[in-house]
Ligand binder design. Structure first.
Ligand code: SAM
Length: 191
């Protein structure tokens, strides 16, 4: 299992993701949101501050409970579970944010998982997040992550109205400072 401590340290005081800020503009209802792979809960807190009645934050790292204690908001429900154990009921969420979170599901049944997430959106529900591209440096043997070509990434969103889809490919770094070639698709799509 990956140790996310270095990542959390770096992400503890950043502003909410610009993708989520943009996604919120497409959001018609603010009853229930899912923050998938929620990490430091910056996006969850932003959703609460934006008026969501309830935010469910899902992450497998126990540290997330500590971040939740700091937020101390009854509208926030934290589930420390693996994505694969998440029960996704149809027509539940007004918004799903999966900020740098989806690829960590791994390649097995990835398409099925995305399909379940989409069916758990209410009509008009907003889905925002990233897929990792097939030229990303992490696409090496032994890393259990999901990668897509641009066509595959678009196909995963085929049943939604895609409002934003951008491909970013550049040299960069990871939280530890190590160099990395990033290949990422950012999207906002509406049911
Ligand atoms: C790159 S971090 C992103 C955190 C946060 N969304 C952000 O953008 O700062 C990925 C998060 O996904 C969680 N994660 C990774 N694999 C997971 C899995 N299989 N099930 C549940 N959570 C997982 C990690 O614990 C981590 O907090």
């Amino acid at each position: 299992m990956t140790d996310w401590k270095t990542y959390y340290k770096e992400h503890l005081s950043r502003p909410p993701s610009p993708l989520l800020v943009k996604a919120l503009k497409f959001c018609k209802n603010k009853d229930l949101a899912l923050d998938l792979g929620a990490g430091t809960l910056i996006e969850s807190k932003f959703l609460l501050d934006s008026g969501f009645k309830k935010v469910v934050a899902v992450d497998s790292s126990p540290e997330v409970e500590t971040f939740a204690k700091e937020i101390n908001d009854k509208r926030l429900e934290v589930s420390i579970i693996q994505y694969k154990d998440l029960i996704l009921l149809p027509d539940s969420y007004d918004l799903i944010i999966a900020q740098f979170a989806l690829p960590f599901y791994g390649p097995t049944d990835f398409e099925l998982f995305i399909g379940k997430l989409i069916s758990s959106l209410k009509p008009d529900g907003v889905f925002a997040g990233q897929f990792f591209g097939n030229r990303d440096d992490w696409k090496v043997k032994g890393k259990n992550l999901a990668f897509q070509t641009i066509d595959e990434a678009k196909r995963l969103l085929k049943d939604l109205k895609v409002e934003v889809f951008s491909e970013k490919e550049a040299e960069g770094t990871v939280a530890s400072g190590e160099a990395k070639h990033w290949h990422v698709f950012h999207f906002i799509a509406i049911k």
